[in-house]
Design a protein. Structure first.
Ligand SMILES: Nc1ncnc2c1ncn2[C@@H]1O[C@H](COP(=O)(O)OP(=O)(O)O)[C@@H](O)[C@H]1O
Ligand SMILES: [Mg+2]
Length: 276
């Protein structure tokens, strides 16, 4: 059975989509069959993987699978990377949030839709929207674990208590086994003293949960999305690419999978550690 991981944080702009796309691409090149579910009506993960927005308007997508109009398997599309597929989304998904309000078992829609395909993948990553509404609750209900990207900035921890509260409600009534996969610090700028403070603070609050790999602020990570490519296909030697390859390695070893199938490149890859 594939492991379903919700990439969640109700703050926007903290690196959820960047982490979903590039962690998933890194897992795929490590030969793990990986699926991204774009679960944000903004459709950023879909654009970041080169899905044509105009074409998507005419095609069935995440929305149609969520409301049960088509099976999820019917809307999975391949990407430029072997082993990496995506279910794309666009503004249609906003409608689901409203339409499902009165629906039976509305929080379980994604979980039910995933049953059919879960065994076909090693990892399924859900790119959550920047809110704690019904879409995120569906993602947390369907997931085996949740992973939180946290931007290295002053108010990083603010709002995290709301997410943790939502998680505890989901655990109580919908998904008792939802595991906290960890916190990924993103957009780290080593020249900024405050960023170092934030790293220390988060490590103090969540001693066993913070990934050792810290994703640096790296312009390649923002550029690649506008080319519709994960950073692996845009600049494999960039620090951003290296960080996400290491994050994948760390995730795999935390999940006790053999990580000896990581690609040979990039060369001179340092040990898994903080990037400054
Ligand atoms: N490590 C990084 N270095 C530089 N820019 C980044 C990095 N991570 C994300 N970004 C950029 O920051 C913006 C917000 O990131 P994104 O992943 O879309 O956040 P979210 O999905 O949480 O809203 C995007 O423009 C993205 O390209
Ligand atoms: Mg996003």
């Amino acid at each position: 059975m594939g492991k379903v991981i919700a990439i969640a944080n109700q703050k926007g702009g903290v690196g959820k989509t960047t982490t979903t796309v590039n962690l998933a691409a890194s897992l795929a090149v490590a030969e793990r069959k990986t699926l991204i579910l774009d679960f944000d009506p903004q459709g950023n993960a879909s654009s970041a993987l080169g899905v044509d927005r105009a074409a998507l308007m005419q095609e069935k997508n995440m929305y149609h699978a969520l409301i049960g109009e088509v099976p999820l398997s019917a809307v999975i599309r391949p990407t430029e990377i072997d082993n990496l597929s995506i279910v794309a989304a666009n503004g249609d998904l906003t409608g689901a949030e409203i339409e499902l309000v009165s629906a039976f078992a509305r929080e379980n829609r994604l979980r039910s839709a995933l049953l059919e395909i879960k065994a076909k993948f090693d990892y399924i990553l859900i790119d959550c929207p920047p809110s704690l509404g019904l879409l995120t609750v569906n993602a947390l209900t369907a997931a085996d674990s949740f992973l939180v990207p946290l931007q290295c900035e002053f108010f990083a921890l603010e709002g995290l208590s709301q997410l943790i509260h939502t998680v505890s409600l989901v655990r109580q009534s919908l998904n008792p086994n939802l595991f906290h996969e960890g916190i990924v610090l993103t957009m780290f700028d080593g020249r900024n003293n405050l960023a170092h403070e934030v790293v220390k603070e988060v490590q103090t609050y969540f001693p066993d949960k913070v990934f050792e790999t810290v994703v640096p602020r790296n312009v390649r990570l923002s550029e690649c999305s506008s080319f519709g490519k994960p950073v692996l296909l845009y600049d494999i030697d960039s620090k951003g690419c290296l960080a996400y390859l290491n994050l994948a390695k760390e995730l795999l070893s935390r999940n006790q999978n053999v990580s000896d199938r990581m690609p040979a490149r990039p060369q001179n890859q340092p040990e898994m550690r903080t990037f400054v």
